[in-house]
Design a binder for this molecule. Structure first.
Ligand code: C2E
Ligand code: CA
Ligand code: CA
Length: 607
């Protein structure tokens, strides 16, 4: 090392170094000389200086590293040389109280780039105090190391961007890429096949709502683990490879590749449904979760990765509609149905304003009284949509869309208003022969709408309709729900109208809880009535329903009566009223007038 450092590199440093290179083979140096030689030649920069930063010795590498920073090649003082890139050094050293120790370690600085095309160099500076008035500075060219670190970070980030943070499964981006490769392979070689299983946890929102999202997250982790474990099972393996991924929220996908036919994939999906069905324990709580699976086999498909995922998703939605914990295999017709749904959803927004919605009415007749009186029926209002290109759309196709898109409140309001107005018109036109009651269907969203009860009151008074003539129909799944719904139903009843429990027998509640529901009438679902003639079991159920309802002071209506035999059975079982194609299909208002005047046979007393 040298203290004569007013020099050009490298020769001057070498010339002034007290331990110039020595030919070791001919003349071996003593130990300290060898050490000095080593330090001089070391590929790291070493500088010795005093507390003021004045350089006492430096080796070749440090001269090389510092020279580009030194103004006019002056390497007198390290702090001065490094002023432009590490101005804090002097302060750090001055503030360092101890007699020895590390003043700073691996401080990285970026010297200015002299030529625009030159690569940015990174220097690493460490300063050690070795005595009260002596410091050593270690300089390293950290350019390569930083580059490596940045590469590592980028690789890590790239890998992380393909991993789901919660479950550590591959994520949507990863599965999309892998799927695209599988599609490309299948396109090039027909023996290369694949299938997609699209999984969605049934009613997962309820767990999140009831137990909190923390528990929900932990459950998802367990589901993911179980999914991984199940796919490792030998039955699922053979010549078939599988990759699970999390799509987001409670949705997972398994890509199955290899010699896989639809039957293999179906078997695998059923195994997964079974494996994921068993209870989970999360924070000491036992939780139940099931999955619905949509399956797409590559034979049914020709398109992009996104389109394939979309198709499998559609099949999954069908599995959910079918009740959950089920498998549905994709069929191209599903795509057409979904496209129609999409069209309906867009168009429904204008339907009301465009006057495309209208009501038809279906008579409800009395079954028990044999008395012959002028026909007078109750009716149920049923909404229809006259779509400009698709024709008449039935409510089952658009009420669900109206509910999910927030349109149900205004549609419901329209229906109620139109039905009550029609009721008034019949009164004026037909007098005592007019229908006695008007039944209108309600959906949950309407009931939860603030101000709904008041709006019903206004509609009644605007149409000068006696509240007792209005019957609102709610499904049993709705009526059995939370306290707010219950409260609303009681408020509605307080207006003087009556409530009917629609589609009884298909939903949650049982006969045993019928007394908890604030309803006046029970409508026995069509599925029971249509089987009444052939299934003793269904006759028994209708019989029990009528008995329990009667004991609670409730009336009963048999829905969907289509033939005389069904009519006789439900009448014999004690149903008060009947509704169905036997008596009349739903009709336009004028046709109801005609039906009331002409069609009512003397044997049918109208309700
Ligand atoms: P729902 O309240 O159970 O209405 C009875 C449905 O059964 C009607 O279908 C009716 O046309 C049909 N039906 C009646 N008798 C028979 C029969 O003998 N055989 C057969 N096969 N079917 C019969 P629609 O009009 O398609 O309505 C379907 C459902 O849509 C209704 O079921 C109701 O839940 C809902 N809905 C209808 N209008 C409205 C409405 O204005 N608001 C709400 N929220 N829902 C409505
Ligand atoms: Ca109904
Ligand atoms: Ca019904």
């Amino acid at each position: 090392m040298s203290n004569d450092h007013h020099c050009d590199l490298p020769s001057t440093v070498a010339d002034t170094c007290p331990a110039a290179p020595v030919d070791m083979s001919s003349n071996p140096p003593d130990a300290s000389e060898a050490l000095i030689q080593f330090l001089y030649q070391a590929p790291i920069g070493l500088v010795q200086m005093n507390c003021a930063g004045e350089i006492e010795m430096l080796n070749s590498m440090s001269a090389q590293l510092l020279m580009p920073l030194a103004s006019e090649g002056n390497l007198d003082n390290l702090y001065t040389v490094l002023e432009g890139v590490a101005p804090q050094l002097r302060g750090l050293a001055d503030a360092f109280g101890a007699a020895s120790g590390t003043v700073c370690e691996s401080l990285r600085v970026a010297p200015p780039v002299r030529r625009p095309s030159a690569a940015q160099q990174i220097l690493s500076i460490s300063v050690l105090k070795i005595a009260a008035d002596r410091l050593i500075c270690v300089l390293l060219d950290a350019t390569e190391q930083v580059r490596r670190e940045q590469r590592d970070i980028q690789m890590y980030l790239a890998a992380e961007s393909r991993i789901d943070a919660l479950t550590r499964l591959p994520n949507r981006a990863a599965i999309r890429e892998r799927l695209q490769q599988a599609i490309d392979r299948a396109g090039a070689d027909p023996r290369s096949r694949f299938a997609i299983l699209y999984l969605d946890c049934d009613r997962f929102g309820r767990i999140n709502d009831a137990d909190g999202t923390m528990i929900g997250d932990k459950l998802l982790v367990q589901i993911a683990d179980r999914l991984r474990g199940s796919l490792r099972m030998p039955a699922a393996a053979n010549s078939i490879g599988s990759m699970p991924a999390r799509m987001g929220s409670d949705e997972f996908v398994v890509l199955v590749e290899g010699d896989v036919d639809c039957i293999d994939a179906e078997a695998m999906a059923r195994q997964l449904i079974e494996a994921l069905y068993h209870a989970y324990t999360v924070d000491g709580r036992r939780l139940h979760s099931s999955v619905s699976i949509g399956l797409l086999h590559c034979a049914e498909f020709d398109g992009s990765a996104d389109a394939a995922l979309h198709a499998a998703h559609l099949a999954m939605l069908q599995a959910k509609v079918a009740g959950g914990a089920q498998l549905t295999v994709f069929e191209p017709a599903m795509q057409m149905r979904a496209a129609r749904q999409g069209t309906l959803e867009v168009d429904l927004h204008h339907a009301l304003a465009a006057g495309q919605l209208f009501l038809v009415y279906q008579p409800v007749v009395a079954l028990q009284s044999g008395a012959v009186r002028p026909a007078s029926a109750g009716v149920e209002a049923l909404v229809r949509w006259r779509h400009p290109t698709l024709g008449i759309v039935p409510p089952l196709e658009f009420i669900g869309i109206a509910e999910s898109s927030g349109l149900i409140a205004s549609i419901g309001q329209f229906v109620l208003n139109a039905a009550c107005r029609q009721f008034g018109e019949w009164r004026t036109e037909l007098g005592p022969d007019a229908p006695r009651t008007m039944a209108v269907n309600l959906s949950r969203a309407q009931l939860l709408e603030g101000g709904f009860v008041a709006a019903v009151g206004q509609i009644l008074s605007r149409n000068r309709m006696d509240a007792a003539c209005l019957q609102l129909e709610v499904t049993e799944s709705l009526a059995a729900q939370d306290e707010l719904v219950q409260r609303r139903l009681h408020e509605l009843k307080a207006l003087g109208l009556t409530l009917a429990l629609d589609d009884f027998g298909t939903g949650y509640s049982s006969l045993a809880s019928l007394h908890l529901l604030p309803v006046d009438t029970v409508k026995v679902d069509r599925s029971f009535v249509s089987l009444a003639a052939t299934s003793p079991h269904h006759r028994v159920l209708i019989d029990a329903t009528v008995r329990v309802a009667r004991s609670l002071g409730m009336a009963t209506v048999a829905e969907g009566v289509e033939d005389e035999e069904q009519a006789r059975i439900v009448r014999d079982l004690g149903c008060d009223k009947g509704q169905g194609y036997l008596y009349s299909r739903p009709l336009a208002p004028d046709d109801i007038t005609l039906w009331l005047r002409a069609a009512a046979p003397a044997t049918i007393e109208m309700a």
